[in-house]
Design a protein. Sequence first.
Length: 155
Amino acid sequence: MTNIMAQGRVLVVEDDAGVREGLTDILTGGGFEVVFARDGREGLERLRAHCPDVVLLDLAMPVMTGQDFILESRYDPLFSSTPIVVMTARGNGGAVLPLDADAVILKPFDADTILQLVNHFAARVHGHGLLSKPLTQCAASALDTAGVPGRGTSR
């Protein structure tokens, strides 16, 4: 495998613990910092708290779907251009790209494919000087949206 490191932070939003653990192993082995969430709502909280460079997102999840996560994250100017790679078991080989996702990958997938996609998008973000937004900027975003219904970390 040819692996050009574009180290950065990856948010994995996936309700299946086995898939989360597998992705964490693959990504940390590839030099990435990994933050994970079990559903879309927790994913939005982690997005705002950790400012990832790339998001790997499952579509079918409890509490908040992947599609709703995409809509909500694209609404926030700080994260509107954060690359989102959708992971789904849905589809027949000709998967339809969900609204505003940057890429889609069908499950099951292999380590090389995941690392190539994440490296591609992290390198693209890094090439624009946007890699790993400062956490203070993320914290400010979380505070700014905490009082907005359906946004921020308040419940």
